[in-house]
Design a protein around this ligand. Structure first.
Ligand code: SF4
Ligand code: SF4
Length: 385
């Protein structure tokens, strides 16, 4: 009824970014409590709002916004109001003057969360920004062109080739399978590009180039590694922010200043080095048991080989997670036993490699080599997807 003062979050942010909107009323209600809502409430402050409230249907543990976004918004003076379910706009003389909310409490009903209304309140405001969930919609796509849609009204897309049911039409990202993060959207684009290249060059889209893998030793000396293997259990450092007054003066001011040198050095030490893998060379092992003694997780065993189920129970610590395959080496040269490692509990501390007198255990940096559309398989070890 008053479209000039009720805004759709993403559209509104876009208009601010392109300079089409440069002001907003003094009292702003933001509906929703995801990261878009956080952008909306903080942008409102920068456009002159004095009283900004984020209205949430649920309580804080259910908020979708990242904790650091919430605390940054609150630091800037945004009020976050929990357990208020939007009911209707209050319009007087064609002008938005407030919004009515049901004050609710939540309870468990046989495992399902339900709400009951305790009260109804009207909160005065000049503008409302709707920053609630969004979903893909295809009203523009005619339904008789050959693309099938599923029960959620989303196009049917092949998970591997990203081809829809219409040859030569590909899809990915949220528009294919619903909300995922941008990393998945980029990966989908990558795979779709390979399919499109195949399609344009007459190669079946099901013919996928293999993914490659490189392993490079990080050994620099007897006990020296090209990465820092001292894990630093310090908490994440708090990043410095631009002073409050300064950041609210201009919507373009970058709030986070980044880490200084000392913070950066501490932060990189917190890295878990998950790209560094243990690597075993059976022919180098002299079966001295030093790695087994030092492993803090008891995940190494030298044992006579046996069928998987039996082997799992004969390890230093039984390997009960059947979803995680065991590493089983080639037969060792002296006794024909095998080195077994339970990857499920290995913490990649590198102590086995540090202790091993023959470098049979090594810590190697792994690199996944993704093929690009139109390229040959990259050099390295090919692995199945
Ligand atoms: S990296 Fe650490 S936890 Fe993993 S096998 Fe070696 S010593 Fe054990
Ligand atoms: S420390 Fe090295 S040589 Fe000794 S048992 Fe372990 S892998 Fe084999």
């Amino acid at each position: 009824d008053d479209p000039a003062h009720v805004h759709i979050g993403i559209d509104w942010l876009e208009s601010v970014a392109f300079g089409h909107i440069d002001r907003i009323g003094e009292r702003v209600l933001v509906i929703g409590v995801g990261n878009t809502a956080m952008d909306c409430c903080r942008t409102s402050l920068r456009l002159g709002a004095r009283d900004v409230k984020v209205m949430a249907r649920r309580s804080r543990p259910y908020f979708k916004a990242s904790p650091w976004e919430l605390s940054d918004a609150e630091e800037e003076g945004v009020a976050i109001i929990e357990n208020h379910a939007p009911s209707h706009f209050v319009i007087e003389n064609g002008r938005l003057v407030g919004m009515a909310f049901d004050v609710v409490e939540w309870y468990d009903d046989a495992g399902r969360q339900r709400s009951r209304t305790l009260d109804r309140v009207v909160i005065p405001c000049d503008d409302v920004i709707l920053a609630i969930g969004q979903e893909p919609a295809y009203p523009w796509l005619e339904r008789d062109i050959g693309i099938a849609f599923n029960e959620w009204d989303m196009p049917v897309v092949d998970r591997v080739t990203h081809q829809t049911t219409m040859t030569g039409v590909f899809a990915g990202g949220d528009g294919a399978w619903g909300p995922e993060n941008i990393i998945w959207a980029v990966a989908h684009g990558h795979q779709a590009a390979i399919s499109i290249h195949n399609h344009c060059t007459g190669v079946p889209v099901t013919e996928r180039p293999a993914v490659g893998m490189n392993l490079l030793s990080t050994k620099m000396g007897l006990h020296e590694w090209s990465y820092s293997n001292d894990y630093e259990p310090a908490r994440r450092a708090a990043m410095k922010h631009v002073a409050l007054q300064q950041r609210l003066m201009n919507v373009k001011v970058e709030v986070e200043l980044g880490f200084d040198l000392d913070q950066t050095l501490r932060e990189v030490e917190r890295c878990l080095n998950c790209d560094i893998q243990t690597h075993f060379t059976a022919s180098a092992c002299i079966e001295c048991d030093a790695c087994i003694d030092i492993c803090p997780m008891s995940c190494l065993t030298i044992v006579h080989d046996a069928p998987d189920a039996e082997l799992r129970q004969r390890l230093t610590a039984p390997a009960n997670n059947l979803d995680q395959p065991l590493f089983v080496s080639e037969p060792l040269q002296h006794t024909a036993r095998v080195m077994v490692k339970d990857e499920d509990v290995c913490i990649h501390c590198g102590l086995c490699a540090e202790r091993c007198p023959t470098a049979a255990w090594d810590m190697m940096r792994s690199e996944i080599l993704l093929p690009y559309a139109g390229q040959q398989v990259p050099t390295g070890v090919e692995v199945a997807l």
